[in-house]
Ligand binder design. Structure first.
Ligand SMILES: O=C(O)CCC(=O)C(=O)O
Ligand SMILES: [Fe+2]
Length: 354
């Protein structure tokens, strides 16, 4: 049987993470541990956020109707220019999205000592905790999360010993919907890259059909001093694509070279799709690998639900053969790449660059 992505994370995690999230409900001031200076995020954050400049109007990634006749062209253009876009008419029922967001709110509202019962094990993937890449930064992020790779049952039972089933059912249903949406978006992306039907079918049977995903529930509570805090430090996502639902609180920003941080504002009913490192490799660098981050908000609590979609850990990925130009990356297994990312974070990609 193919090894799952979560096994790859467990096997290659070289920074066991013992940090626990702050008890956000009990703090009135930003603790020193969460105050970020310009040097704390490798300088990436120093570049200005366009949204904070008075009068500035930034172009922003498109919102694409997936059923529109020109959807494939728009997706391809957005992947090349931005590495991110939003989708509507995606087929995921509004009620299901609302239900999953409500479960996330209920989870994060639990008393701190209750949430800590479901803490992610130091080398584990599922459970409550700080962002996986926290050990790379000197300061802590204004964030708490709950990751679900495979079944949430074991951890949900610790949170709600008698009422865990509703939570697990909603998460399973959402994951199923996300999986088929991610597969369909991947096919649109391959078409946009010019991959013909025969090659798309080959890719489908080699790894796309077995690709799967993990869910990440994110909470960014109201923050007493948002200008000195960071919700999620600048990073790129590792797998093929990420699909993100955001509630109506702003916070997500992408880095646009020569421009600065551009906000991806919540659009009712839309889901955010972004290119991960593995898709960047498959596209031979044609699809943009963009940095993104989350900034916290003083008066509004941000909740998001991320779905990370990737192939089985033993799949071999390389730039697709018929794309223009010489290959920019060597072939790599998903497990090896995740190991490089866990060890070197954003420099991981440079180890497979040709
Ligand atoms: O919560 C967000 O807005 C972004 C989350 C994210 O980038 C991630 O989980 O990788
Ligand atoms: Fe991300």
């Amino acid at each position: 049987m193919a090894t799952s992505i979560s096994n790859a994370y467990e096997d290659t995690n070289i920074h066991p993470n013992n940090t626990i999230p702050l008890d956000f409900g009990s703090v009135l001031q930003l603790p020193e541990s969460h105050v970020w200076t310009d040097d704390d995020d490798s300088g990436i954050g120093r570049r200005t956020c366009l949204a904070r400049q008075p009068g500035a109007v930034a172009a922003s990634p498109p919102v694409i109707d997936l059923r529109a006749p020109d959807a494939m062209w728009l997706v391809g253009d957005a992947c090349r220019r931005w590495g991110v876009f939003q989708v509507t008419n995606h087929g995921v029922p509004h009620d299901l999205v609302e239900d999953v967001e409500e479960h996330a709110r209920r989870l994060f509202k639990l008393p701190n000592d209750q949430k800590l019962k479901a803490l992610r094990a130091p080398n584990g993937v599922t459970g409550y905790g700080v962002p996986r890449f926290s050990p790379f930064f000197p300061k802590l992020m204004w964030h708490e999360g709950f990751t679900i790779a495979g079944s949430a049952m074991e951890h949900a039972k610790l949170l709600w010993p008698h009422h865990y089933e509703e939570f697990c059912d909603a998460m399973d249903k959402y994951k199923q919907k996300m999986k088929s949406l991610a597969y369909n978006i991947l096919l649109v992306m391959l078409k946009a890259l010019g991959v013909d039907e025969e090659d798309r079918e080959k890719l489908s049977s080699s790894f796309l059909c077995q690709s799967d995903g993990a869910l990440q529930l994110n909470s960014y509570p109201c923050c007493p001093n948002p200008s000195q805090a960071i919700g999620l430090a600048p990073h790129t996502d590792s797998l093929l694509i990420t699909i993100l639902h955001q509630n109506d609180t702003n916070g997500l920003q992408i880095m646009q070279e020569g421009v600065g941080w551009v906000p991806i504002r919540p659009t009712p009913g839309a889901l955010v799709v972004n290119i991960g490192n593995l898709m960047h490799i498959l596209s031979n660098g044609a699809f943009h690998n963009m940095y993104h981050r989350v900034v916290p908000n003083e008066t509004s609590h941000r909740f998001t639900i991320g779905y990370f979609y990737g192939p089985p850990a033993d799949s071999v990925l390389a730039p697709l053969p018929k794309l223009p130009g010489p290959p920019r990356f060597r072939a790599v297994t998903v497990k090896e790449y995740i190991g490089l990312k866990n060890k070197h974070l954003e420099k991981g990609l440079s180890f497979i660059q040709l």
